[in-house]
Ligand binder design. Structure first.
Ligand SMILES: C[S@@+](CC[C@H](N)C(=O)[O-])C[C@H]1O[C@@H](n2cnc3c(N)ncnc32)[C@H](O)[C@@H]1O
Length: 379
């Protein structure tokens, strides 16, 4: 099966979004959303694999999971290649949720993982999952589990070993929650950098504010979306948008329904620099997919990260109208029998996201954000 993804690339520049945003403003006057987010994630029930396989966003979830696998693999690979053999690899999984990445840490042969999240139920599920993996595997990394608001509490004193040095900090699909206020973003970044070894990496995935603002403008109303997701802005959000507290509601079918905040990336980059974190890579999901698809081809298939078109059992997760690009592909390449794709609705969600990677510099090293050295900046 060949792999092909189809869809539109939003072409809004960072500049067009920044020009609409005001000077650094702290949106802390509206800083009461952590508990809404916490309650939301605490209330998500574990519905099992059977339910997941029926989901209309099955492939989106698998695809996002594949993206995380590739990102983690890329930077754990960097860590491993620079690490003296025998020295333990330690990871902070910030906003770990129910432990969706535990198996990735296992596969990456890490030695210790600290899992932290604001939602106690999610952390309990994560710990259960860990114990389950441990009971089935001869070798398993050690782990600790912390319930904490990573945007408001300092994590170091909660670690079993407060002198721990992490090789990698990972924050997947969650960093945007800290852009509720400047204080929260700073506390989050303090937690990221505090125990990260110089040379270590901070990696993550967040919605792309440029893309969101562009799509909202195109929609000419305060919301946009499709049959699987909606993003809704409040009518009274001032324009230009504040740099912090630019709130919208994200609804993703059966998975998420809570407030999120636009992450103004240049501000994120400048704040991160204050904590000794230099941006080394940033890419839209569609571009990171293009970069990684060869290397991750067998994993794409193994994780069912793309839907086979035409469907082998006659069933697609979306309506036929969501697959016009896939159909078009066969007109262009009539020799092909099957391709891997995503329904248009799922593709419109995953292309909202970007991946990022920062590296911790040596103490005292100055980061000039305007002359940064980046391996790849494709958005
Ligand atoms: C979309 S889930 C992602 C979970 C996990 N990282 C993954 O990729 O599977 C977002 C997670 O962020 C957590 N979260 C949101 N705000 C947080 C905060 N202020 N402190 C710690 N965790 C937070 C939520 O409880 C939720 O588990």
């Amino acid at each position: 099966m060949s792999s092909s993804l189809t869809g539109n690339n939003a072409s809004n520049s960072e500049e067009s979004a920044t020009s609409k945003q005001g000077d650094c403003q702290d949106g802390s006057k509206d800083a009461g959303n952590s508990s809404v987010v916490e309650n939301h994630y605490n209330s998500i029930e574990e519905r099992g694999l059977g339910h997941r396989n029926q989901s209309t966003i099955l492939y989106l979830r698998n695809f996002n999971n594949w993206m995380k696998s590739m990102l983690i693999d890329e930077y754990l690979g960097q860590v491993t290649s620079h690490k003296k053999q025998g020295l333990p690899i330690k990871v902070l999984d910030m906003c770990c949720g129910k432990g969706g990445d535990l198996f990735k840490w296992k596969k990456g042969n890490v030695n210790h993982v600290v899992c932290a999240d604001i939602a106690a139920n999610a952390v309990a599920d994560c710990q259960k999952r860990y114990e389950d993996l441990k009971s089935k595997n001869k070798y398993m990394f050690s782990a600790e589990f912390i319930v904490a608001d990573c945007t408001k509490e300092l994590l170091r004193s909660k670690y079993k070993d407060p002198t721990v040095l992490f090789d990698l900090v990972s924050c997947q699909f969650a960093f945007h929650y800290c852009f509720e206020s400047l204080n929260q973003a700073e506390t989050m970044l303090h937690n990221v950098a505090d125990c990260l070894r110089p040379g270590g990496y901070f990696i993550g995935t967040i919605p792309n504010a440029v893309d969101i603002v562009g799509r909202k403008r195109k929609a000419k109303q305060n919301w946009f979306g499709n049959r699987v997701f909606t993003i809704t802005f409040e009518d009274d959000l001032p324009e230009p948008y504040p740099l912090f507290g630019a709130k919208y509601n994200f609804h993703l079918h059966e998975v998420v329904d809570c407030p999120e905040f636009l992450v103004h990336f240049p501000t994120f980059e400048r704040l991160a620099a204050k904590f000794g974190l230099r941006l080394i890579k940033k890419a839209r999901f569609q571009n990171y997919y293009e970069e990684m698809k060869r290397k991750g081809e067998s994993l794409l298939q193994h994780m069912s990260a793309l839907e086979t078109y035409p469907p082998v059992n006659g069933k697609l997760v979306g309506p036929r109208s969501d697959y016009t690009d896939a159909k078009e592909y066969f007109r262009e390449f009539p020799g092909q029998k099957y391709i891997g794709t995503l329904s248009r609705s799922e593709w419109e969600v995953c292309t909202i996201y970007i991946m990022f990677a920062f590296q911790k510099v040596n103490p005292g090293e100055v980061i000039n954000t305007s002359t940064k050295k980046m391996t790849n900046v494709s958005c």
